[in-house]
Design a protein around this ligand. Structure first.
Ligand code: SF4
Length: 213
């Protein structure tokens, strides 16, 4: 009978003969694998015009997640979400809510810039949805703020516009979602009424997060 020599491998080599690598298990591993997939993604035509894939930015896990529409010129150039004028307003909103930007997570419905900053097409949003879906599963937020109609429609699978939805809690897989106006819309409209409505929506989010600690 053949005996196993010292130093000679014994037993079955892990994954021997299996071409499929083991699935990542920890949150960090799954997040890194997801990011890598997004960075190489060509699942919709938006990849053709991008400079950078804008994966998202912030804490993971995160109690509070903001979901916007898609990268603009500044975001496409830097690879970071919400860094232009709308991003500066979002930073102010986050700070007024008592958070640091790095304590929340900021993502978009699509990760590549739509041409001329147009709204993402339904097919583009659908192609990118698995990335956001998995991000939200890993982020495990207590609350999500949907910034503007495309974000609200994508998360809530509704055809209602942001004017009908804003200011009232909705649910995404048991997670509270507060739809509100996109900061770019607030900047365009810059009326007391719109600013007041956004702040009132964020106050509801703050109240909920405080009470659910
Ligand atoms: Fe892929 Fe999303 Fe970029 Fe389309 S927008 S190419 S689905 S990462």
């Amino acid at each position: 009978m053949r005996t196993v020599e010292a130093g000679e491998p014994s037993g079955t080599m892990p994954f021997a003969g299996d071409a499929t690598p083991p699935a990542p298990s920890s949150r960090e591993e799954r997040w890194a694998a997801l990011r890598q997939r997004a960075m190489a993604c060509t699942n919709c035509p938006l990849h053709r015009g991008r400079t950078n894939v804008v994966f998202g930015e912030g804490a993971c896990p995160a109690r509070l997640v903001f979901v916007g529409e898609g990268p603009g010129a500044d975001e496409d150039r830097t690879g970071r979400p919400f860094v232009g004028k709308a991003g500066q307003l979002l930073d102010k909103i986050i700070a007024a809510m008592g958070f640091k930007r790095e304590e929340v997570y900021i993502a978009n419905v699509v990760k590549c810039r739509p041409p001329e900053n147009r709204t993402p097409l339904p097919d583009e949003a659908a192609a990118c949805w698995p990335f956001l879906e998995e991000q939200l599963a890993l982020l495990e937020p207590s609350a999500i703020v949907a910034l503007g109609s495309p974000a609200a429609k994508t998360l809530l699978k509704t055809t209602s516009g942001i004017t009908q939805l804003r200011g009232r809690w909705q649910l995404y897989r048991g997670i509270r979602v507060m739809p509100t106006y996109h900061p770019a819309f607030v900047l365009r409209q810059y009326t007391q009424e719109i600013r007041g409505q956004v702040w009132s929506d964020m106050q509801q989010v703050m109240k909920f997060l405080k009470e659910s600690k």
